[in-house]
Write a protein that binds this ligand. Structure first.
Ligand SMILES: Nc1ncnc2c1ncn2[C@@H]1O[C@H](COP(=O)(O)OP(=O)(O)OP(=O)(O)O)[C@@H](O)[C@H]1O
Ligand SMILES: [Mg+2]
Length: 490
């Protein structure tokens, strides 16, 4: 009997599962929601199509079950049980309440920080998976889900059916075209045998991170047909690298890549390399993005986020100069805190003898003004209750507009100098590009050496397709040609 809603089935671990709703029919099988009767746990049951090799599926699923990955990392929703019913084989994974990342990205959290947290969690999940020597093999926005737990967004990885691990039958699919590394594209074109591996996973992860952080595919702007897309993949370059400034972000939507800091930009530069060994690991990404969690600055003029680095002096979106602070001393003398400098006794009036000669160092770090207190008789900051709190010597603190400080016995105030707005800022210009998918985008499924490639028009639509370049400005074209070299010339 075909597995269908309403049925009660027994799993290989002896659990009773009631099949509830039908969710979707995928390339490999039918997916249902189910409930474990003994524990009330919601599950997803994927019943494989009879055309798939039963022995291979059982072997592969048994390995995933034995690893018990959801217990090692709660975001990995791998199968934890299996159903063998008549001639059917199905695996059971914990159910995720949420939406596909692909859908989430069409209307993402309005704050960049939520997406940065999601990105860190995704990197962590992939890092745990890779530590177990498991390659996901199909990392893409329809195999990642975003849930909301107690108001906080959380990320989950699903659909491990394309995983590879040593000693196991190989998977049947190369992955999704929009996330496929150049070497997989190459295998596809030359009909060579090649399987997803750690390095192709790293490529796909970087594509996902680009979508989560900048709200656009890394090849948006070069994706008006399959040829252009493929050639862009073969450049091994990060096309949105601010160094090239090939595209205007207004054309493509999402955040300008300039919001990233130098370290993250460097990871993207390496992530799409033709040399798989250059691509950052999931752990590299996790460590770097984690550091960024307290390094996000919001432009006071337009609220555009940016990752702080020393080179940033104006907002990448509205171009307004980041505000500068000044220190107002007793007697209304002001000191501009626009560059590194020392604050000491000679800045104050004569009677300020308790202020040390070198009382504090001021440093600028992009949009931030930092103070390192070091005076003998201490530096204090007034807290919200009006009490003075001593600041730790030699420990940097970020100064804010409105701070009341005491250097020894001298009270000073930190205030903003008036910043000029260069053009009217509008976060509305940050949008996901909604372009019609072009019909000539390749047929939905291709078989190469028995391997499928996932092609999903609904996904392409509204996600990465940008209009064909009509009349591009000359300088842009020549830069493109230079980067893409011969590949672009035919
Ligand atoms: N653990 C889960 N929790 C909630 N929903 C899930 C879960 N796993 C899968 N789904 C839902 O079922 C859909 C299909 O599942 P899955 O991604 O495993 O198969 P597929 O990609 O459609 O098929 P295939 O990989 O065989 O082409 C997902 O897009 C998602 O909506
Ligand atoms: Mg899937």
């Amino acid at each position: 009997m075909k597995i269908a809603p309403g049925q009660i089935l027994r799993s290989v671990t002896g659990k009773t599962l009631k099949i509830l709703d039908f969710i979707e029919e995928g390339g490999q099988g039918r997916v249902f929601k189910a409930k474990v009767q003994e524990t009330n746990q919601d599950m997803v049951v994927k019943v494989f199509l009879p055309s798939f090799n039963r022995t291979s599926i059982i072997k592969r699923t048994q390995l995933l079950i034995s690893l018990n990955l959801p217990a090692k990392c709660a975001t990995l929703k791998t199968p934890i049980d299996m159903i063998l019913e008549d001639f059917q084989v199905a695996h059971c994974s914990p159910f995720v309440r949420g939406k596909l990342l692909d859908d989430y990205l069409t209307n993402p959290a309005p704050d960049f920080l939520s997406n940065l947290i999601l990105a860190v969690a995704l990197c962590h999940s992939v890092a745990v998976l890779h530590e177990q020597n498991i390659v996901h093999g199909d990392l893409q926005a329809r195999n990642v889900m975003v849930g909301r737990e107690k108001g906080i967004f959380a990320i989950f990885m699903i659909d491990f059916d394309n995983f590879t691990a040593t000693g196991l039958p190989l998977p049947d699919c190369l992955g999704h075209q929009l996330y496929m590394a150049p070497e997989l594209w190459d295998a596809l074109q030359k009909k060579k045998n090649k399987n997803p591996d750690m390095y192709t996973d790293r490529y796909s992860l970087a594509v996902l991170l680009h979508e989560i952080l900048l709200l656009k595919h890394p090849l948006s702007g070069a994706d008006y047909n399959e040829k252009a897309f493929r050639e862009a993949v073969y450049t091994g370059k990060w096309l949105h690298d601010p160094v090239y400034s090939l595209f205007s972000f207004e054309e493509l939507g999402g955040y300008p890549p300039q919001i990233l800091n130098a370290e993250v930009a460097q990871l993207f530069r390496k992530a799409f390399s033709l040399n798989p060994m250059e691509r950052p690991t999931a752990k590299n990404w996790e460590v770097t993005l984690c550091k960024m969690l307290n390094q996000v600055y919001l432009c006071p003029a337009c609220s555009c986020p940016c990752m702080i680095d020393a080179s940033k002096t104006r907002c990448p979106l509205c171009q307004a100069s980041y505000p500068l602070l000044q220190m107002v001393l007793p007697g209304s003398k002001t000191i501009a805190l626009d560059q590194s400098r020392l604050i000491g006794r000679k800045d104050f009036a004569r009677e300020a003898m308790s202020v040390s000669e070198k009382h504090a160092i001021i440093k600028r770090n992009g949009p931030e003004t930092i103070m390192i207190p070091m005076g003998r008789y201490g530096t204090y900051r007034k807290d919200t209750s009006g009490s003075w709190r001593k600041l730790q010597d030699n420990t940097p603190v970020v100064l804010q507009d409105g701070d009341c400080l005491k250097m020894a016995n001298q009270e000073v105030k930190i205030v903003r100098t008036s910043a000029k707005k260069n053009r009217s800022p509008s976060l509305k210009s940050i949008k996901i590009v909604e372009e019609e998918a072009k019909d000539e985008w390749f047929p939905l499924l291709t078989m190469v050496e028995g391997k499928e490639v996932k092609k999903d028009k609904s996904f392409v639509k509204g996600k990465t397709l940008s209009p064909p370049p009509e009349k591009k400005e000359e300088p842009k074209k020549s830069v493109l040609a230079k980067i893409w070299g011969d590949l672009f010339s035919d």
